[in-house]
Design a protein around this ligand. Sequence first.
Ligand code: NAD
Ligand code: HSE
Length: 364
Amino acid sequence: MPAAPLVVHVGLIGPGKVGSALLTQLRLAAPRLLRDCRLDLRLRAVSDSRHMWLDCDDEALNGRTHGAQTWRPAELDEFAAYVAGDGGAPAVLADCSASDLVADRYAGWLAAGIHVVTPNKRAVSGPLDRWLRIGAAAGASGARLHYEGTVGAGLPVVHTLRDLLDTGDELTGVEGMLSGTLAWLFNRYDGTLPFSALVRQAHALGYTEPDPRDDLSGVDVARKLVILAREAGIALSLEDVAIRGLVPAELSACDRETFMENLEALDAPMAALLAEARLAGGVLRHVARLDGRRASVGVEVVEPDHAFAHARLTDNVVRFATRRYCDNALVVQGPGAGPEVTAAAVFADLLRVAGAMGVKRCAC
Ligand SMILES: NC(=O)c1ccc[n+]([C@@H]2O[C@H](COP(=O)([O-])OP(=O)(O)OC[C@H]3O[C@@H](n4cnc5c(N)ncnc54)[C@H](O)[C@@H]3O)[C@@H](O)[C@H]2O)c1
Ligand SMILES: N[C@@H](CCO)C(=O)O
């Protein structure tokens, strides 16, 4: 007789571009996971920044969010308690927001045994004391926190580093292109269209952060370096990263709508950078480096035959130099932004949580 399926309660926070893609992927994969893996994923609730829907356990509702029959004002702890239910089934919260307020709750949720999977970089790259509290809470309860989607979207970056370290390797440095948005922008930017028009396209394609300034300022990439450093046991913080950004000072403090309306302010400085690169016979690329505690991100002119010059579309390139990979770095490369690939990373993290509870995922 086949084993009884493992029921897992799922709550989704942030049904935006990534969150909506995750809802679709969950719905499509559910029958196969139940049949082949004996895993019964039940979407219990969805919350955005203002509303929450706590009656998502019927099939018709699972595919929708704003069309749901009832909603109430969002309250994150009430939401988490509803997803966890009476504790009879394990609960996983998928945080697909970019919110610090949500990250503030991780420690409490993990302490209560609720697992968290997320592409939100705030917790892992945010204040070190909060990150240490989150780690301690997970350590004490055994609840899991997975965040593969935070670096490289759907690419296997965090787990690759984790596997290297857990098998006794030592990280000596990271060099790479860690922004899908900036990779796409610099691949497309040849002066034909103004830079601002390309930023609007990247936003519409779902590559940028909710506020594209996070990408353009270099802060999003700096967060990724902090995440990789912390994974390797280096207590790096955002303030330690030397960042050369692209956001004009007069647009750094306004609200997001005002920034988007005034994007043309980027055009003249970017045209000057492009001209500089052409004069030097190179191309513009956004490059991140981590060497011990020294971390930097910014636009550089690279030679046309440099590996970074050949990356395409939203390609991220992550070069891990380690004690084992010392003559030739281990390279992870591929699309580094986009709702679908990112949602798949969150989904795979969710399956890792289920795998740790005995759900069989191998093909044998
Ligand atoms: N888009 C990508 O390619 C990509 C790649 C990797 C990682 N990410 C990360 O995925 C996350 C989501 O990105 P997105 O492009 O889907 O953004 P989005 O703006 O489309 O969606 C964000 C969602 O979060 C919700 N939200 C905001 N604050 C909230 C709160 N306090 N409580 C509950 N919900 C809240 C919003 O209502 C919205 O539904 C971000 O953390 C981003 O860094 C995105
Ligand atoms: N906005 C981010 C998404 C992936 O974290 C990027 O373009 O790289």
